[in-house]
Design a protein around this ligand. Structure first.
Ligand code: NAD
Length: 321
């Protein structure tokens, strides 16, 4: 039976049946540490691994180099920026993932951050716990312009949720690969940052988008506007964001994803920065579906069948594990 290493934290806790299936088709090693594997953890454990089931932990060239038998990386989630894709390709390692599932939960999460930010809910909560009666003045979505950067699966759903809660809200979008989105207005990126009261990021992290939201774009934002990032940390320059929040140019930000995770950096010092620990897609229902889908593809891969959800260009299945 193939050796299956599961670095993804908590795998099997929401879908016991899937874990049982996995155990019936491979020798499974789970991440018992309950903390994110670093390069050293991988190097110690991965030498005889055929199949890796991973979350967002970094799968670097050194990790792949140490994994001489690795044939499949099954990603529980959607972003693959944590994998050295050039190296995976050179080594003909197949990759599958679950691209459609988080598009149900991340939009809901994004809207909850948006409302939380403009109504001051987290700030009021924090003050109450300090036994201080503080009443921050809120804003109404209906009077705000919202700029969506990246109008793919998640961005589009965020747009439709805003429309259903607040039909009067004007929505702008920027996406270089899309011409139009119903009931929204396309802008170039500078205009979008300049005009929006809230900018929400829903684009992938890659060479073009790394550090995209920098001093310049943040400087273009309206005074007392808001930034939300539930996409990937490396897209926002965290030092520039810290400055924009510390000098109150921005009224607030809600950040779920960080350049280096787990995060405990300077943004934690700021009251106007709502921080969450990369939980945008974490929902029991979604997690169970992602685990089921991953196990289904692992089972097919072991059986020599084509993957159902391969990453484009990374489908070398048909080779038995
Ligand atoms: P998607 O591929 O469906 O959509 C991404 C969109 O971004 C596409 O329409 C693409 O054309 C657009 N895009 C690409 N480059 C761009 C650029 N330079 N500027 C503007 N737009 C650009 O992906 P998705 O499923 O909607 O995921 C969006 C983001 O959410 C990804 O970064 C993903 O990693 C992240 N995500 C986060 C969580 C979380 O837990 N916080 C969970 C799932 C996904």
């Amino acid at each position: 039976m193939p050796n299956i290493l599961v670095s993804n934290i908590g795998f099997g806790e929401t879908s016991l049946a899937s874990l049982e299936v996995l155990k019936s088709i491979g020798n499974v090693v789970l991440n018992k540490k309950g903390i994110r594997f670093n390069e050293q953890d991988f190097i110690e454990k991965i030498s005889d691994t055929d199949i890796l089931i991973a979350g967002t932990e970094k799968i670097t060239r050194s990790v792949i180099g140490a994994a001489k038998n690795l044939k499949l990386i099954a990603r529980v989630g959607v972003g693959v920026d944590n994998i050295d894709l050039d190296c995976a390709l050179e080594n003909k390692i197949s990759i599958c993932y679950t691209p459609d599932v988080p598009s149900e939960s991340v939009p809901e999460f994004t809207i909850s951050l948006m409302l939380n930010l403009i109504k001051g809910i987290a700030v009021s909560n924090q003050k109450m716990h300090e036994k201080v009666w503080h009443r921050p003045m809120g804003r109404m979505l209906s009077s705000m312009k919202i700029g969506i950067v990246g109008a793919g699966k998640i961005g589009s759903k965020v747009i439709s949720l805003i429309k259903s809660i607040s039909p009067k809200t004007e929505i702008l979008f920027y996406d270089p690969y899309l011409e139009s989105k119903e009931q929204t207005v396309k802008r170039d990126i500078e205009q979008l940052f300049h005009e929006s009261d809230i900018v929400s990021l829903h684009l992938p992290l890659n060479d073009q988008t790394s550090g995209l939201v920098d001093n310049r774009l943040l400087g273009l934002m309206k005074k007392r506007s808001y930034l939300i990032n539930t996409s990937r940390g490396g897209i926002v320059d965290e030092t520039a964001l810290y400055q924009a929040l510390a000098n109150n140019h921005l009224a607030g930000a809600a950040i779920d994803v960080f350049e280096n995770e787990p995060y405990n950096g300077p943004l934690t010092e700021l009251d106007n920065c709502l921080l969450t620990s990369h939980i945008g897609s974490l929902a029991q229902e979604v997690r169970a579906i992602m685990e089921d889908q991953v196990v289904e593809d692992v089972r097919r891969f072991i059986g020599g069948q084509f993957l159902i959800r391969p990453l484009d260009g990374f489908n070398f299945s048909g080779q038995q594990a």
